[in-house]
Design a protein around this ligand. Structure first.
Ligand SMILES: *[C@@H]1O[C@H](CO)[C@@H](O)[C@H](O)[C@H]1NC(C)=O
Ligand SMILES: *[C@@H]1O[C@H](CO)[C@@H](O)[C@H](O)[C@H]1NC(C)=O
Ligand SMILES: *[C@@H]1O[C@H](CO)[C@@H](O)[C@H](O)[C@H]1NC(C)=O
Ligand SMILES: *[C@@H]1O[C@H](CO)[C@@H](O)[C@H](O)[C@H]1NC(C)=O
Length: 397
């Protein structure tokens, strides 16, 4: 238990549910990079195995496309035709992306995810679980109700009123995190994907063969293994699974949502390839030679823009830099930004990591303003912070 609480602190690096106080976890980037080398990704093997023992309706090519992302540049992939065929056989209303919100602070994050899925023309449904006490209509609409209505009307999201699953134990930041697990109770769907962060749409994941496992998650590849990341979960809701999960929620010492999922499923869950389904922004700061955990081998070559292009899910996690919707303290951005390498006197410097990293933050900031409104964006102040730093002034942010 103690170990998990410790790991939970790590996960502060990796969860979208950040406190607004910007509390820094007592964990250093260097430390997780120094952790013992993980085994190469098992998930590719798991997926291939899953394909061979596959459930009938699954078209293997859909999976091989995921595997392609996860392994090398050289697998053959003309999947256009067969994927289209698969998609025709699928009833997309059986599948949904699920978001939940327990307070107004995080509503904008969910809204951004829903907007992305809508814009990228994801075929599956979108649902948003929100506290049943919130008024959708009324004489004086709040910012929250306006955003819920925006999700419903602009991004075609089904709104589902729920009872927030609140716990009085532990850190207040996580007390409402059990609410995420209510996804297991949305039995009107065959499968759900829960996303904590921005993602390109990943409809193909709904077709992952689950076999007898009710969930599939990627590893928190930056941690000591085995440890599953609950930033993205593919799950098959059912009364049985919800019952199991609920018993843990009610139990005093079961930890938080991520701990419960690890307790229940660590040994049985289908492991999704973290590449391309779980990338954290700190990866771009790790520096040359430190990417084996993400890439899956010591030999694979790091190419920041290629990694970003293949990634389907990117999570902002750059301690000591706070989440991108929180203003960073003076100087922290300049201190955190990936350094250019090589070259002399600014000539021939290699800045790909920095450019990609800055691009992610810039994109987040722009979308946040566009989707939620100008005052939701703290990135502008952040950019000034960067520009005022001498070492970073060449950056075109
Ligand atoms: C893949 O197959 C589709 C459908 O047969 C075809 O239109 C497309 O040109 C092919 N793409 C490549 C790269 O061969
Ligand atoms: C798809 O699934 C939904 C919900 O289960 C159902 O109402 C609908 O009739 C199905 N559509 C088709 C074409 O089977
Ligand atoms: C779970 O779903 C059932 C059926 O929709 C509902 O009656 C029940 O209130 C839900 N439980 C919780 C805790 O939301
Ligand atoms: C990195 O990958 C991109 C494609 O995403 C490619 O255009 C570029 O040439 C690659 N850079 C190196 C140094 O291999």
């Amino acid at each position: 238990m103690e170990r998990w609480i410790q790991l939970r602190r790590y996960e502060l690096l990796g969860s979208s549910e950040e406190t607004d106080t910007g509390d820094a976890p007592q964990v250093r980037l260097g430390k997780w990079l120094a952790l013992r080398r993980v085994r190469t990704i098992l998930c590719v093997g798991v997926l291939l195995l899953a394909v061979t023992t596959s459930i009938h309706f699954i078209d293997a090519s859909t999976i091989s496309r995921a595997v392609h992302h996860a392994t090398s540049e050289s697998l053959p992939t003309n999947t256009t035709e067969s994927t289209a065929k698969t998609n025709d056989q699928v009833n997309w209303s059986d599948y949904a992306y699920v978001q939940y919100v327990t307070n107004e602070n995080y509503l904008c994050n969910s809204l951004m995810i829903l907007e992305s899925l809508h814009r990228l023309k994801s075929k599956a449904d979108r649902i948003m679980m929100y506290p049943k006490e919130w008024q959708l209509a009324g004489s004086s609409p709040t910012a929250a109700s306006n955003h819920l209505i925006q999700a419903r009307d602009q991004y075609h999201t089904k709104l589902i009123p729920i009872t927030v699953q609140h716990s009085t134990k532990g850190d207040p930041t996580w007390q409402d995190s059990f609410t995420k697990l209510l996804a297991f109770n949305q039995t009107q769907y065959k499968r759900l994907i829960s996303l904590d962060s921005d993602a390109t749409h990943m409809d193909e994941l709904f077709l992952t063969p689950l076999g007898s496992s009710p969930v599939a998650m990627p590893r928190a590849y930056w941690l000591d293994q085995p440890f599953l990341s609950s930033q993205i979960i593919l799950l098959a809701p059912s009364a049985t699974e919800w019952g199991r999960v609920q018993r843990f929620i009610d139990q005093k010492d079961s930890g938080f949502d991520m701990d419960i999922l690890n307790t229940l499923y660590r040994d049985s869950c289908i492991v999704l390839p973290h590449r391309p389904y779980n990338l954290i922004t700190a990866e771009f700061r790790a520096g040359a030679g430190n990417h084996a955990k993400y890439l899956g081998s010591e030999e694979a070559r790091w190419n920041a823009s290629a990694v970003l292009n293949e990634a389907k899910f990117v999570h902002f996690s750059d301690w000591p830099l706070p989440k991108p919707w929180i203003k960073a303290a003076d100087g922290v951005v300049a201190e955190t930004v990936p350094k250019c390498t090589g070259g002399q006197n600014g000539e021939g410097m290699e800045c790909a990591d920095r450019d990609v990293w800055m691009g992610l933050y810039r994109d987040f900031s722009e979308r946040r303003q566009r989707v939620c409104g100008r005052h939701y964006d703290k990135g502008r102040a952040r950019r000034r912070d960067v520009e005022s730093d001498k070492g970073a002034e060449r950056m075109n942010v």
